[in-house]
Design a protein around this ligand. Structure first.
Ligand code: MD3
Ligand code: FE
Length: 203
């Protein structure tokens, strides 16, 4: 069940449904080593979603800006290894829409409580924009806003639900996007939260 959201952007509805428990068990191991934390924006605001990372590189934000780094600033140790099940499913999802040999070196984990959001932005802290981005949605549903190459371009809204995967590449790689404030609710497994795993080739 593959839906085209825009040019070079695919929504794989329910792609993870057979692997939910295995993914969550692997995520528990990651969080034990590098816990969720609220990062600061360069402007000094606390982000409403909390975050952690796994893989060789992790995305961080603080008063000095946005960047990828190999050490967790809290533990001052390398980020946890990316679980094999994460890597394999992300690579397989990318491959299924035509991106061969996607080899993510970074997995950002975003945790949204009820009311958390992610304002409209572009992802441009990576070095090679020919590599796609793959995202896994788990837990509560979210309204994903997907725009164009300028902040004011028209936006489409998509519902991302537990088990969904999205692959963005090519012409959509630098499009503005964001997550609207998460509505109150409870997911049978994750409770009152949404978790998003975002896989990238950062270097
Ligand atoms: C669309 N995360 O971490 S999915 C992010 O659901 C981020 O947590 C959202 O935006 C979330 O940066 C959205 C990931 C995503 C990542 C990159 C994109 C969507 C994208 C690049 C272009 C278009
Ligand atoms: Fe993003």
């Amino acid at each position: 069940n593959t839906l085209l959201m825009a040019e070079d952007a695919w929504l794989l509805k329910g792609y993870l449904l057979g692997n939910g428990q295995e993914l969550l068990a692997a995520l528990e191991q990651v969080i034990q080593q590098s816990p969720f934390r609220h990062m600061l924006t360069p402007g000094g605001y606390s982000m409403s979603a909390s975050m952690t990372n796994c893989g060789s590189w992790g995305w961080v934000s603080d008063l000095n800006g946005y960047r990828y780094q190999m050490d967790d600033p809290i533990t001052q140790s390398p980020w946890p290894k990316m679980p094999a099940i994460f890597f394999e499913l992300a690579q397989q999802a990318a491959n299924s829409v035509g991106f061969e040999h996607f080899s993510p070196d970074a997995c950002l984990v975003n945790r949204y409580g009820v009311g958390a959001k992610l304002s409209l932005h572009q992802d441009k802290d990576e070095t090679d924009f020919s590599q796609p981005i793959v995202s896994f949605s788990l837990g509560l549903p979210a309204m994903f806003e997907f725009g164009g190459l300028t902040r004011d371009a028209p936006k489409k809204v998509f519902l991302l639900e537990h088990g969904d995967v999205v692959v963005w590449g090519g012409k959509s790689r630098l499009n503005y996007h964001g997550i609207r404030s998460i509505k109150a609710g409870s997911h049978p497994v994750l409770g009152e939260c949404r978790i998003n795993l975002t896989f990238r080739r950062s270097q």
